[in-house]
Design a protein around this ligand. Structure first.
Ligand code: GBH
Length: 455
């Protein structure tokens, strides 16, 4: 790893939106309270063998009861914005029909508290917790789910549209589709490649219909968050170059192109010929999906190293191991990859405002007797990635904000509580929060930026 240097607060615009991110199922707990329905992640985590150590999100970081203290902590860190997701099953327990007022009340209270403290609420409408009843009716591979998502978006926008400026429809539809319906590593844990591609389309359609609902309710800043990764060849063999094209296609361009260029890439269609015939596409879908956006959210964790070996049963290139230093997830650390990705997005897709909506790392924290939490590697990770983002801004990339993943340790999906991504440590036995060294470093950096920018 070459560290691109130390970030300088002066290298970020005065209105740069500094924040931290979370997701409902990973922090809220209170799984059976106030009329919340079940989601595919409740089902998945309660199925033996799916999540490490049998962990579930039943209690998680108990944010549903501790949200006021958590917002105080955000203020202490000096965050300008907080990105969180709304749990669809709290709003519509069965995914359709009657609205659960208590669910809306929870998010209204949170949003009001954030606004009172001068922290911009940033809502993600869907961070993977599909109501189980919709999965029972077919899930994302079925077209109706997109329509149901639009109804849900309308309900939330009607309730909160007057007090929330920033909206993203979906978080990482790649994970919802390919991890949920092809590899099975995420809920609902299915193994059907054709269904996964149909899920891609219906997630994108749901996004487009959701954008229409948000616009109709006057939402100001509307976008989507994608997990994007630069693809790097394992060696200079010509066959590897084609594998890089294929991997970039099914992870990055399969979402970017329909959203920002109006159609799926021809080469991706060809690569998927043995998997699906795209018969799920209907007239008008492409235009719905390509509705103009105000911003693109980018979640960046690592560069992927690509070899020629195909994904089983497909012509899609497999992602290989990385050679750089690894985090506790086994993911390679590549700060330069973030700047490269941001420059590539501007080059290939134009001047749409970009936000890093997630970036962060899992490491083993060292908790000492005095209550301090030492995580020097996470601080180095953040500093290096911010320096890379700063370089992209210097190069003219319209990067408008950065959100660290995550505000606090949480339920790391199939890894349960074994992996910690927070800049705030959570002791799950007591639910005590402690700001880690990395969180203090981030707060200091934000304070220095604020002092220079005068906000
Ligand atoms: C994000 O996903 C999520 O938005 C967030 O909820 C989560 O807690 C956070 O990252 C940390 O995991 O080996 O085939 O999965 C990141 C998802 C993980 C997707 C790495 C790509 C590598 C390919 N990314 N993954 S694979």
């Amino acid at each position: 790893m070459t560290l691109p240097g130390t970030p300088d607060p002066a290298g970020f615009p005065a209105d740069f939106l500094w924040g931290a991110a979370t997701a409902a199922y990973q922090i809220e707990g209170a799984a059976d309270e106030d009329g919340r329905g079940r989601s595919i992640w409740d089902t998945y985590s309660h199925t033996p063998g799916r999540v490490r150590d049998g962990d579930t999100g039943d209690v998680a970081a108990d944010h549903y009861h501790r949200w006021r203290d958590d917002v105080a902590l955000m203020a202490e860190l000096g965050l300008r914005s907080y990105r969180f997701s709304v749990a669809w099953p709290r709003i519509q327990p069965g995914g359709r029909g009657p609205v659960n007022q208590k669910g809306l009340d929870f998010y209204r209270g949170l949003v009001d508290e954030l606004n009172d403290r001068g922290i911009e609420p940033w809502i993600t409408l869907y961070h993977w917790d599909l109501p189980q009843e919709l999965e029972d009716a077919g899930g994302w591979p079925v077209r109706d789910t997109a329509e149901r998502f639009a109804d849900y978006a309308d309900v939330v926008a009607e309730a909160l549209g007057d007090r929330v400026r920033y909206w993203t429809t979906l978080n990482e539809p790649w994970c919802s589709s390919f991890l949920g319906y092809a590899s099975g590593a995420h809920a609902p844990g299915r193994h059907e490649h054709d269904a996964a591609v149909a899920a891609v389309h219906h997630l994108l359609l749901g996004h487009g219909l959701g954008v229409q609902a948000l616009r109709a309710r006057g939402a100001e800043q509307v976008g989507i968050t994608l997990n994007l990764a630069p693809m790097t060849p394992v060696d200079d063999h010509p066959a590897v170059a084609d594998a890089v094209r294929r991997a970039d296609g099914w992870q990055n361009r399969i979402f970017l192109d329909p959203l920002l260029r109006g159609s799926y890439p021809d080469d991706v269609r060809a690569d998927l010929a043995g998997v699906t015939d795209f018969s799920f596409e209907q007239d008008g879908d492409a235009a719905t999906i390509a509705a103009p956006l105000d911003l693109l959210g980018v979640n960046y964790y690592q560069t992927q190293v690509v070899s020629t070996s195909p994904m089983p049963g497909t012509n899609l290139a497999a992602l290989g191991p990385t050679e750089t230093p690894l985090t506790a997830m086994g993911w390679g650390v590549d700060p330069e990859g973030l700047g490269d990705l941001l420059r590539r997005l501007q080059r290939d897709y134009g001047d749409l405002p970009l936000y890093v909506t997630e970036n962060g790392s899992a490491y083993e924290d060292v908790v000492t007797a005095d209550g301090a939490v030492h995580d020097a590697e996470r601080t180095a990770f953040l500093a290096a990635h911010l320096a890379s983002a700063q370089q992209a801004i210097a190069d003219g990339v319209p990067l408008k904000g950065y959100f660290v993943w995550s505000l606090m340790d949480n339920f790391e999906w199939a890894h349960g509580y074994s992996k910690r991504f927070g800049v705030v440590h959570v002791d799950y036995a007591t639910q005590q929060r402690r700001v880690k060294d990395s969180g203090r470093w981030y707060a200091d950096f934000l304070r220095a930026h604020r002092d220079r920018s005068g906000y």
